[in-house]
Design a protein around this ligand. Structure first.
Ligand code: ZN
Ligand code: ZN
Length: 360
């Protein structure tokens, strides 16, 4: 679906939910709806039209990127410009303006409210754009495949650089260099290389510590043409004991169980439970301290979250991660993460990399 189609779908939702205008302030949502990737942009969307407000730095970029929306270049901050324009559209009745509550500061809301006449009412809107973004169209899935392929290529850089005694940050640096050389716009989040006892930190960013014997959790991703990739592999430096192998195997089986539970119509909580139950059987459930996965797209973490308390149901076109892990504080940790796309009958694993335990 092109940007016009996305806008139309959203405009229909606005009409149904009786919003006169929706102010889209979240950059990823702006980019999704009209293609604009500048850092300063606000969209005012009504059931009949769409306008992007931005400033003088983005004249050329807006002209090149924006599809389906009018562009207004203003000498003031985009939100203030949108408010001035809205105020002029005043009619007799109350004008309901939807705002993205998750993406507007209290200060912005106060200024916006002060700039609008009393007949305007600001109302937090449901996450309409995020809901639409959950289901990727064919073009988006192709872009995601591209990002996943580039990201997975960095696994070779890890294998070439991880050695006993190398610093975690040196491995991350080589990966990030390789990513840029391969055309990535950047990393989708700070690279995690967590070795030895640090592997028990689920979000252990690469530190300047030398890599000791033991597990190394490597969690990394790139941004390519706006879309993110995300994967985790855990390696072992040295010779793993039988206990270490069993520990790894249990996480791998949990990841497999999670993937097998992914199909259209499945509640996300059920996928989370499948992974968690597998670790329970191995006696490791208490060491699995985060949710099973998350949506990935224009942002590294987006809806749906694959967690027990979430209500979402999987549909074809959703792209999610399945990433159970087990972390024994002070000792070791393992995580394995793939990206999958929900298909009509189940799911397709996008991440091509082997999950056999690689030893260095
Ligand atoms: Zn990850
Ligand atoms: Zn992830």
């Amino acid at each position: 679906m092109d940007h016009k189609g996305r806008l139309q779908r959203l405009q229909q939702a606005l009409r149904q939910q009786r919003f006169d205008t929706l102010l889209v302030t979240h950059p990823a949502n702006v980019s999704y709806l009209c293609g604009f990737t500048g850092s300063a942009g606000v969209m005012a969307l009504s059931p009949k039209g769409a306008t992007l407000f931005t400033d003088g730095r983005y004249i050329a970029q807006a002209k090149e990127q924006v599809q389906g929306a009018r562009v207004v270049i203003a000498p003031k901050p985009p939100l203030a410009a949108a408010a001035v324009r809205l105020a002029k559209s005043r009619g007799r009745r109350t004008h309901v303006v939807g705002i993205e509550a998750e993406h507007m500061s209290v200060a912005s809301r106060t200024r916006l409210s002060a700039a609008l006449p009393r007949s305007f009412r600001l109302k937090p809107a449901p996450a309409l754009v995020e809901q639409s973004r959950m289901i990727k169209d064919g073009e988006e899935i192709d872009l995601i495949r591209g990002a996943v392929r580039l990201g997975a290529g960095l696994f070779d850089t890890i294998l070439e650089n991880i050695r006993l005694g190398t610093r975690e940050s040196d491995v991350a640096a080589e990966m990030e260099h390789a990513a840029r050389r391969a055309g990535a716009e950047g990393m989708s989040f700070p690279t995690i290389i967590a070795a030895g006892q640090r592997s028990a930190l689920p979000h252990g960013r690469a530190s300047t510590e030398p890599i000791p014997e033991g597990f190394v959790v490597c969690d990394f991703g790139v941004i390519l043409r706006g879309y993110c990739s995300d994967m985790t592999r855990t390696l072992y430096v040295g010779r793993p004991t039988a206990e270490a192998r069993l520990f790894y195997q249990a996480v791998w089986e949990a990841q497999q169980a999670g993937i097998e539970a992914v199909r259209p119509g499945a509640p996300v909580g059920q996928v989370d439970r499948a992974a968690r139950n597998a670790l329970k059987k191995a006696g490791l459930a208490r060491y699995f301290t985060h949710s099973t996965g998350h949506g990935v797209g224009l942002e590294i973490h987006e809806a749906p979250r694959i967690a027990a308390a979430q209500r979402e149901v999987l549909s074809p076109g959703m792209v999610i991660t399945i990433e159970p892990g087990a972390y024994v504080p002070g000792r070791w940790g393992v995580r394995i993460e793939d990206m999958v796309v929900v298909t009509d009958s189940g799911c397709e694993i996008l991440t091509p990399t082997t999950k056999e335990l690689i030893t260095i």
